[in-house]
Design a binder for this molecule. Structure first.
Ligand code: PEP
Ligand code: MG
Length: 843
C-alpha cells in the first residue's frame, strides 16, 4: 500500500484532516505521516521534517505528499532534494488539501496504485464543483481540461450484472458511504459502475471516490449499479448489503466528526514527532503534474522531438547477397543527409551556415562512409550498425587527439545519428527543422537542444519530464519561450494538433475552440508595458535599465523604454573574431550603442572573456578550470594591451556621443584591482569607473572597493556560481545556482550595505534583477538600479509599483534571514505578492 505524507503549516489542521480521512476507512488505512509546523508551537513548514515524514511511510509502492499552501509546497519540493532512492517513487499531489487527502486515503486503502491515488486526490474537488454549479467552477486542471480525462468520467464496462437500489441513509452517497463503497469493492475482481437513475448522466467508475461523490444521489434516490468481471456477482452482493444497511447510518448520525479514540491507528504510529531524528531513506524525485515554468501563452501545432536513437545491435549479420545493396543504401543515406544539411545551410548565414556546411561535408566523408561500407562488405554488418561503429572508431581517434578535434565529436555524433535515422526510416534526431511556428513536445530536452531553440518558430515547449529548476526551465526562461514541464500526457497528443500552452499556469488545451485561440492570441500579445520610469508605490526611484549584448540588441531595449543600459557585454560583439578587434572596429560598435541612448546612462563592461564566454583571440584553452582561471579583468594580466586598447576605444566613442558613459571591469576580486582599473580609466579620460561584484571576495570587500571607484554592479549570475561553488552552466546544479540562496542574498546585502555606507550607487545586472519578486528584495536591500533583459522590464516595474520601499525593506530583512532558497522565495511572495501565491508561480 502506498504511504501518505501530510504537509501543513498547522499541526492541528493536519491532525484534524488526517483524523477525518481515517474516519472514512477505519482500520486498514494507509500509513500516514504528518510534517506540520516549523518547530515547537511555530506555524510554518520545514523541508527536513517533510523528508523525515517521507522516510516514515516509505513503501516500494510509493509515497504521495499532500500539502496545504504556499511554503508547504516549497518545503515539499525541497524535501525531494534531500531524499534519493530510485526504488521508492514520491509524488507531490497538486490536490485540494482536505478533499484530496480523503480521496487519497480511501483509494490507497483500497490498494490503488500511486498513479491512481494521485489522480483521485487531484480530482477531489469535482464533486463540490459540480454541486455548486458551473458559475463557481474553477479553471479546469490541465488533466481534466486538456490532456486527459478527469478522474471519474464515464467508463462503461460491458456489464454482466446490474442492480437498482434506493438509497436509505439520510445523506445518500456522501463522503463516508462512498468511501465504504470504494473500499468494499476493492476486494473484488470486478469492474463496477454507478449511475443515478433518471439523472441523464453517464455511469461513473465505482473505484473512484471523487467520481462517486459526483453522482449526487441523496436519500430516496435510486442508483443503478453495473458490474462485470470474474467476481461481478459478489461485488454486487457487497453493494447490496451496504445500501440495505444504509451504510451503517440508519440509526446513528453521520460519523464525520473527529473521534479521538480512533486516532490510535497505524497512521499515527508513522507520524514523526517534532525533533525526532530518522535515518533518511533515499527516495526518487518524481514530477507532480504539469507545471508552468516559463511564463507566457502560445498557440501552435505540436511537433514532437524525435526519441533518441539507440545503438543498433551487432547482430544479425547480413548475407553475402544482400551486401552490395546495403552498401548502396549507406551511400544514398549519406548523400541525402548531406543534401538536407546543405539545404538548411542555404537558409541561414554567418557562422551557422559555415557549421552546417562543414557538417554536410562530414556526412559524405569518405573515411566515415568508406569504413561503414567496408564493414558491410567484409563483416556483413547491417548498414545502421556499420555506420554507428565506423563513427565510433573516428570519435575514439578524435578523443585521443584532444583539443579542436575532440571538440568535433558532438558534430560527428550528430552526423552518425542522421545517417542511421535515414537508414532506419526514422525522423532525424535533434530539434525539428521547421520554418513555421510550432509547439515543441518532448520527453525531455538536453541543454544543447534547448539552447538551439529559435523562439521565432518554437512558440512553446512542453516536456513530460523536468521540474521548475531543470535546465529546460532555466533556458526556456532565458529564451522567453513559454514552457510547461512534467506534462505526463503530452506525448499522447497527436503530432500536428493545435494546442494552447500557458507557461504561467501549466494548462495545456488541445484542440481549442476558435474563441479560445482568439483569447490566447490576445493574451500572448499582452506584454506588461514599462512607461520608462522605475519607482516603488511610494515614489522611491529605482532606475530600470537594459542589458545589451551588441548593437543588434539595442532596438529591443529602446522599444521596451529602458532608462538606459546597465550592462553592455562587449565580448558579445567579438564572439566570432579570430583576431583582437582594432580600435576603429571597437569605436564603431560602441558608438552604435551610445548613440541609441543620448543623454542617458550606458554602463559598458570591458571584455569578460573566458569560461562560459570564450573569445578565440584571448581565452587560454589549456585551463583545467576556466571558471576559476584567467577570465574577466584577469585577462589584462597577460594581455594588458587588450584592456588599454579597449579603454581608448570606449573613450573615443564616448567623446563622440552624448550618452552618460560609465565603464566597469568584470570579475574583480581585490581592492588593488579596483584601484588599478580606476587609475587606467582616469588615464584614458573616462570619468566614471566602476567594478562588477561577482566574486564573494569582492562582495566581502565592497566597502573598501567602493572607496576606490564610482559605482559597483552586482553580477548575481557569477556571484551565485562562486558563492555556491556550482557551475552555472550545469542544469543539475540549478538548485544551488540560485540567487535566492540565503548565502547569495547575504553577499548581495553586504555589497548593498557598503553602497549605502559610502553613498555610492550599487546596481544589479545579473538575472536576479529580472525576477520581479527578487527585484523588490534587492531594492529593499538598498540597490539603486536594476538592469535586465528588455522583456523583463514591464514585469519588474509592475511589481515595484505595487509595493512601498518600506515593504521591500521589511521583506528583505525577513528573506535574508531565511534558512533556504525555497523559504526565501515563499516569504517574499507572502510579504510582497500574496495574491500571486500559487505553487507554480512561487516555484
Ligand atoms: C553576472 O555574472 O551576473 C553578469 C551579469 O555577468 P555575465 O552573466 O555576463 O557573466
Ligand atoms: Mg558575470
Amino acid at each position: 500500500m502506498i504511504g501518505i505524507v501530510v504537509v501543513s503549516h498547522s499541526p492541528r489542521l493536519a491532525q484534524a484532516a488526517v483524523d477525518l480521512a481515517l474516519e472514512m476507512v477505519g482500520d486498514g488505512g494507509p500509513a500516514i505521516a504528518i510534517a506540520a509546523g516549523a518547530g515547537e508551537g511555530v506555524t510554518g513548514t520545514d523541508a527536513v521534517r517533510v523528508a523525515e515524514a517521507i522516510g516514515e511511510v516509505s513503501s516500494p509502492e510509493g509515497v504521495l505528499v499532500l500539502m496545504d499552501l504556499g511554503s508547504a509546497v516549497m518545503s515539499a519540493e525541497m524535501a525531494l532534494e534531500f531524499v534519493d532512492d530510485p526504488e521508492v517513487p514520491v509524488r507531490l499531489a497538486a490536490a485540494p488539501f482536505v478533499e484530496g487527502l480523503i480521496a487519497a486515503v480511501v483509494s490507497a486503502a483500497g490498494g490503488a496504485s500511486l498513479d491512481d491515488v494521485e489522480r483521485e486526490a487531484r480530482g477531489a474537488l469535482a464533486a463540490k464543483t459540480a454541486h455548486l454549479g458551473d458559475d463557481e467552477q474553477p479553471e479546469p486542471s490541465p488533466e481534466v481540461g486538456a490532456l486527459g480525462t478527469a478522474a471519474g468520467t464515464a467508463v462503461s464496462p460491458a456489464a454482466e450484472h446490474t442492480i437498482e437500489m434506493t438509497l436509505l441513509n439520510p445523506n445518500g452517497l456522501h463522503a463516508r458511504p462512498v468511501a465504504m463503497l470504494v473500499k468494499a469493492l476493492a476486494a473484488f475482481e470486478a469492474t463496477v459502475t454507478v449511475a443515478k437513475v433518471d439523472s441523464g448522466r453517464a455511469p461513473v467508475p465505482a473505484n473512484s471516490l471523487t467520481a462517486l461523490l459526483g453522482v449526487g444521489a441523496g436519500q430516496g434516490d435510486t442508483i443503478s449499479v453495473a458490474a462485470s468481471g470474474r467476481q461481478a456477482a459478489e461485488a454486487l452482493d457487497a453493494v447490496r448489503e451496504l445500501v440495505r444497511d444504509g451504510f451503517g447510518e440508519l440509526e446513528t448520525a453521520p460519523q464525520l466528526a473527529t473521534a479521538p479514540e480512533q486516532s490510535a491507528t497505524p497512521a499515527d504510529a508513522g507520524t514523526p514527532q517534532a525533533g525526532q531524528a530518522h535515518a533518511r531513506p533515499p527516495i526518487e524525485v518524481a514530477a507532480s503534474g504539469p507545471l508552468g515554468v516559463s511564463p507566457g501563452i502560445a498557440v501552435g501545432p505540436i511537433v514532437r522531438m524525435p526519441e533518441p536513437l539507440e545503438e543498433p545491435a551487432e547482430v544479425p549479420q547480413i548475407s553475402e547477397d544482400e551486401r552490395p545493396q546495403a552498401v548502396v543504401r549507406i551511400e544514398a543515406a549519406s548523400v541525402s543527409v548531406a543534401s538536407a544539411l546543405n539545404d538548411k545551410a542555404g537558409r541561414v548565414s554567418g557562422p551557422a551556415r559555415e557549421i552546417l556546411e562543414a557538417t554536410a561535408l562530414m556526412a559524405k566523408d569518405p573515411g566515415l562512409i568508406g569504413d561503414a561500407c567496408a564493414r558491410v562488405t567484409q563483416q556483413g554488418q547491417t548498414p545502421a550498425r556499420a555506420v554507428w561503429a565506423a563513427a565510433g572508431d573516428i570519435a575514439a581517434a578524435f578523443k585521443e587527439q584532444g583539443g579542436l578535434l575532440a571538440a568535433r565529436i558532438p558534430d560527428l555524433h550528430d552526423v552518425r545519428n542522421r545517417v542511421v535515422a535515414e537508414l532506419l526510416g526514422r525522423q532525424a534526431p535533434g530539434l525539428p527543422d521547421r520554418t513555421e511556428p510550432y509547439v515543441l513536445v518532448a520527453r525531455d530536452l538536453a541543454p544543447a537542444d534547448t539552447a538551439l531553440i529559435d523562439p521565432a518558430v518554437c512558440r512553446a515547449i512542453v516536456t513530460v519530464e523536468g521540474g521548475p529548476t531543470s535546465h529546460t526551465a532555466i533556458l526556456a526562461r532565458a529564451l522567453g519561450v513559454p514552457a510547461v514541464v512534467a506534462a505526463r500526457h503530452a506525448l499522447d497528443i497527436d503530432e500536428g494538433t493545435v494546442v494552447i500552452v500557458d507557461g504561467t499556469t501549466g494548462v495545456i488545451i488541445d484542440d481549442p475552440s476558435d474563441e479560445q485561440v482568439a483569447q490566447a492570441a490576445l493574451k500572448s500579445n499582452q506584454v506588461v508595458a514599462f512607461d520608462g520610469t522605475g519607482r516603488t508605490k511610494d515614489g522611491h526611484r529605482v532606475q530600470l535599465l537594459a542589458n545589451v549584448a551588441s548593437p543588434d540588441s539595442v532596438a529591443a531595449a529602446i522599444e521596451a523604454k529602458a532608462e538606459g543600459v546597465g550592462l553592455f557585454r562587449t565580448e558579445f560583439c567579438f564572439l566570432d573574431s579570430e583576431e583582437a578587434p582594432t580600435v576603429d572596429e571597437q569605436v564603431a560598435a560602441y558608438r552604435l550603442v551610445f548613440a541609441a541612448f543620448p543623454g542617458k546612462k550606458v554602463i559598458i563592461r570591458t571584455l569578460d572573456a573566458g569560461a562560459d564566454k570564450p573569445l578565440a583571440f584571448v581565452t587560454a584553452d589549456d585551463e583545467v578550470n576556466p571558471a576559476l582561471g584567467i577570465r574577466g579583468y584577469r585577462t589584462a594580466w597577460r594581455r594588458p594591451e587588450l584592456l588599454t586598447t579597449q579603454l581608448q576605444a570606449i573613450a573615443t566613442a564616448a567623446a563622440a556621443e552624448t550618452a552618460d558613459v560609465g565603464v566597469m571591469a568584470p570579475m574583480i576580486a581585490t581592492v588593488e584591482e579596483s584601484i588599478q582599473f580606476a587609475a587606467l580609466c582616469s588615464e584614458h579620460g573616462l570619468r566614471t569607473a566602476g567594478v562588477m561584484i561577482e566574486t564573494p571576495a569582492a562582495a566581502m570587500s565592497a566597502g573598501d572597493i567602493l572607496q576606490e571607484v564610482h559605482f559597483a554592479s552586482l553580477g548575481t549570475n557569477d556571484l551565485a556560481q562562486y558563492t555556491m561553488a556550482a557551475d552555472r552552466l550545469m542544469g543539475d546544479l540549478a538548485l544551488l545556482n540560485d540567487p535566492w540562496q540565503p548565502a547569495v542574498l547575504r553577499m548581495i546585502s553586504e555589497a548593498a550595505q557598503a553602497g549605502i555606507a559610502t553613498g555610492k550607487p550599487v546596481g544589479v545586472c545579473g538575472e536576479a534583477a529580472a525576477d520581479p519578486l527578487l527585484a523588490a528584495i534587492l531594492v529593499g536591500l538598498g540597490v539603486t538600479s536594476l538592469s535586465m533583459s528588455p522583456r523583463a522590464l514591464g514585469g519588474v516595474s509592475e511589481l515595484l509599483r505595487s509595493v512601498t520601499l518600506e515593504q521591500c525593506q521589511e521583506a528583505a530583512v525577513a528573506v535574508v534571514a531565511a534558512a533556504s532558497s525555497g523559504r526565501a522565495r515563499a516569504l517574499a511572495a507572502e510579504l510582497l505578492a500574496p495574491e500571486a501565491l500559487t505553487p507554480t508561480q512561487v516555484a
